[in-house]
Design a protein around this ligand. Sequence first.
Ligand code: T3D
Length: 263
Amino acid sequence: MPYSTILFDATDGVYRLTLNRPHRLNAFTAQMHEEVRDVLSRLEADPDARVLLITGAGTGFCAGQDLSERDIDSGPLDLSQGPERDYNPLVRRLTALRLPVVCAVNGVAAGAGVNIAAACDIVMAKRSAKFVQAFSAIGLVPDAGGSWSLPRLMGQARALGFTLLNETLTAERAEAMGLFWRAVDDAVFDGEVEAVIARLAKAPTFGLGSAKLALRAGWSSTLDEALDRERDLQRACGLSPDYKEGVSAFRAKRTPVFKGRAE
Ligand code: T3D
């Protein structure tokens, strides 16, 4: 399918998805959701995929839902449709991908833009980026998984303040609150993101995907369930060629060459 709202490239297992509506700070439209779904379908069908990068074009990362797309003048709107058709499947798919998803927050993130970033695995933000929940300013609740992920990442008190007071957080403050992995100086941001991507592209992807699954599922499991899951995933990872390669390389004091596959 031709893309008009995103940029996309897949080379050597590295999938790069750039939200590309910079004049609207890359706010999501129905068309953008459709194009992102198409990329995710390609990725899910590719056994050689190693890492997904999501970022934004221009000065913003993503301003959430494009508010100009909602027809507020023709009667009351049923806003359950956006989550049901677009945001919920997107978050479910990102978190279920058996490979690392890197989010490079290159500028302001607002509304669902914050919560989509929070659904990614390794989130790096430019030091100049800003984070704002935005939902409360228009009388909405955090969606795209924010009501679930924000309290877990930042703690309940901070999630409530962030959401209800709608304060804009600097990248530094959001990082200190645990919202994401690392704030990086603007001048070296692209290089640092590329270094992480290059590292993940050579990693034992099946093991990383399994670790991600264990950590994410652990959030809503009992200790017993988590222990059982770890045992089962460890069995699968131990049977993968990358485990053998990792141990062989360690013993031989050489750099491992991982295939990234389960078998
Ligand atoms: O509907 C459903 O399905 C429910 C689900 C909703 C999910 C959500 O994400 S709801 C939350 C939606 N997002 C917002 O409410 C954020 C709105 N934007 C802002 O508050 C501000 O733009 C920012 C804080 C993000 C950035 O501020 P600033 O001053 O850096 O930029 P700006 O000048 O406000 O924006 C630049 C342009 O982008 C501007 O266009 P213009 O005036 O130059 O032609 C602005 O209108 C446009 N823009 C920014 N955000 C959106 C947007 N256009 C449409 N939708 C947006 N969300």
